[in-house]
Design a protein around this ligand. Structure first.
Ligand SMILES: Nc1ncnc2c1ncn2[C@@H]1O[C@H](COP(=O)(O)OP(=O)(O)OP(=O)(O)O)[C@@H](O)[C@H]1O
Ligand SMILES: [Mg+2]
Length: 349
């Protein structure tokens, strides 16, 4: 599911333009399956992207140029993605029809389900049970505001690159997650990506992304709490958040922000209690993103939600070429790579 343009290559660069870090993962798609061959990460200066909006396009395109140069691939096929509130993913049911006819029905369906002006969106869909025989079929409908896609493409073209595919964040996360955690494709689970500014909550029902929500909590909120409430300097706060050991300085912010995240998950999954079509209640949560590394956060969420909550990385089932992460340390960065790895897993035809 994507908005394809052009391209033919078996090396894909997944480019994740985050508000804190711009990340590129290079995956080679050979006979032996996907292999991660290079990872590059470039920090963005503070406030270059705020609330998903690019405030300083020059800084962002510089970081993109730098990260793609570090990825060192000739004529790269670049896959990037859009997400946030201007992307809507919805599982709907329609009468069982052929793909072509479903395509024609989608615009009408979208008008019922998507609160955007139809003139300004790109639509895509995926039939979830194409082999089914029931009179109705489940379809995953995706609508993204055209402005958002064009804005993303413009960033890349300004950096002298041509993106071949603009994917959807939630699907890319899901792809990487599916590869690394096949067991999580059973029942209802949550995938949490705690970034710099935003936490994405993705709810999967038997592996199908049925809901995605963003909440405005990320490592930036934890750092600001430490600065404001504990009087730490910016550098010091960043180190505590990225540290290996749980500092007592973190207690209050983990309590408060953990509660915010836990409530976000509870709200996102509240509908399950009354939804007879879902396969059950939320049974586990997997956490990735820079915030997953905050010492003690994963454990605090587990205690609060009273269910298994686990740190997730995209590397548990992926071949990694020797030196692919150099000079980065695998444990430091692996949880941050779920989205760019998911993007790079796409083979662009
Ligand atoms: N090894 C690391 N290197 C740099 N930052 C790290 C590291 N580990 C954790 N962090 C923290 O994670 C944050 C970045 O996380 P991530 O890459 O998931 O966010 P992002 O994708 O840039 O942001 P968002 O998705 O909210 O736009 C950094 O701002 C920092 O606080
Ligand atoms: Mg991110």
């Amino acid at each position: 599911m994507a908005f394809p343009l052009i391209g033919r290559k078996k090396t894909t660069i997944g480019l994740d333009v985050g508000s804190g870090l711009v990340k590129a993962c290079v995956v080679e798609h050979g006979k032996g399956g996907p292999e991660l061959v290079k990872v590059a990460i470039v920090p963005l200066i503070a406030d270059a992207i705020v609330e998903g909006e690019v405030m300083d396009p020059g800084m962002v395109t510089d970081a993109i140029r730098e990260v793609i140069a570090a990825a060192a691939v000739k004529n790269p096929t670049i896959v990037t993605a859009v997400g946030g509130r201007d992307v809507i993913i919805k599982k709907i049911q329609i009468e069982r029809v052929k793909e072509q006819q479903a395509r024609e029905l989608m615009r009408w369906e979208a008008e019922q389900h998507v609160p955007f002006d139809m003139e300004s969106v790109e639509l895509d869909f995926n039939i979830l049970d194409p082999e089914g025989v029931a009179p109705s079929m489940d379809v995953l409908l995706v609508a993204a505001k055209r402005d958002l896609i064009e804005g993303k493409m413009r960033l890349l073209t300004d950096a002298g690159l041509s993106p071949q595919v603009v994917d959807v964040d939630a699907f890319a996360l899901h792809n990487a997650f599916e590869l690394s955690y096949p067991d999580a494709m059973r029942g209802v689970v949550g995938l949490l990506n705690v970034g710099h500014e935003v936490t994405n909550i993705n709810v999967l029902d038997d592996g199908i992304p049925i809901l995605t929500r963003d909440i405005g909590v990320g490592t930036k909120s934890f750092r600001e709490d430490l600065q404001r409430d504990r009087g730490l300097g910016a550098e010091e706060a960043a180190q505590v958040v990225q540290g290996y050991d749980r500092s007592p300085e973190l207690d209050a912010t983990i309590e408060n922000r953990g509660e915010e995240i836990a409530m976000g998950i509870e709200r996102a999954t509240a509908f399950l209690a009354t939804n007879s079509r879902a396969s059950g209640q939320l049974r586990a949560v997997y956490v990735c993103g820079g915030g997953a590394r905050i010492p003690g956060l994963v454990e605090a969420l587990g205690a609060r939600l009273r269910m298994p909550v686990e740190l997730a990385t995209p590397l548990t089932n992926l071949r990694v070429r020797d030196g692919a992460l150099d000079p980065l340390l695998t444990d430091d960065v692996a949880p941050l790579l779920m989205l760019p790895v998911g993007l790079a897993l796409r083979i662009v035809p």
